[in-house]
Design a protein around this ligand. Sequence first.
Ligand code: SAH
Length: 343
Amino acid sequence: MKENIFGKQLKECETLMVEQGEPKYRGGQLFQWLYNKKSEDFSEMTNFSNKLRETLSKNYSLTHGKIKEIQRDSYDGTKKYLIELSDGECIESVLMHYQHGDSLCVSTQAGCNMGCKFCASTQGGKIRDLTSGEILDQIFLIEQKEKLRVSNVVIMGIGEPLDNYDQVLKFIRIANTGFGIGQRKITLSTCGLVPGINALSEENLQINLAISLHSVFQEQREQLMPIAKKYGLKELLKAIDDYFIKTGRQVTYEYALMDGFNDRDVDINGLVKLLRGSQNHLNLIGLNEIQEVAFKESLQLNAFFQELENRGINVTIRRKMGREIDAACGQLRKKRNKDKVII
Ligand code: SAH
């Protein structure tokens, strides 16, 4: 099978042109065709000779995935897309409309190995990593389908981005320099892979980093998130401090409120201790309840928020988008795998 050219970064485009006996700058032109002009066929690349276009199409494919299913939330307009990859695996992306623009939540893996107890994406384990092209393709396909430009990207869909580090970094760089999405408009969320956070702090990027915290207590975090056994809270907090020192970027802690588990007074006190005087920000999330899991949505969300705010913490509540359509990532893919829904 021919290799897909979509997903190659500038350096790779330059190398492949030089390999064809072309000057290096042709690589820059190819990069422009792929990501700036979003060409769908080599024949559109009109500043290349016929011979070069033929050689490219002989050696490479230029293909995209397929949107197989769309669900729309009639309340807030959030749309969820089930996208089929070239090998038949499916992933999800979610498009949210905000006043400041359209934000797309992208997946980075088919499935996930992290095993967080409250999360639908991880229940079948990880099937495979996505390539940079497959992550970019989510933006490409949805922009084309909806005739809009995605202005913000949140890397919070299916998968753990730092468990697919190289492809995700390639994705970020192409989304930024190719699609023209500002680094500060890209947010990467991780469950806490410390080596990945350390590596990211050396990349000289201005993206936003979000950390899925969910508890300030080591023992409880371990109950929720197996990764916490490998990288304890102390180590994680140190990596976050270092990240701030190196990049000057504050991080956001994500905290999904679960009834009777992490919504108690001791949790508020722990969060105040962690966050008071820090530049970092806390984002409270209403839990999306999934089947087969004991954790329930907390009814304390507003009171919990209010108390933290009264105590001077930099805290927000994440607006729950796509409530009607199971917008917690992984639920549509899971359903499809189970029922083999065809549209
Ligand atoms: N693996 C990464 C990114 C994907 S999950 C991470 O863990 O951060 C994106 C966010 O959704 C994370 O904060 C995750 O903890 C949260 N999440 C997962 N399942 C959820 C659920 N059922 N309800 C609310 N938030 C959930």
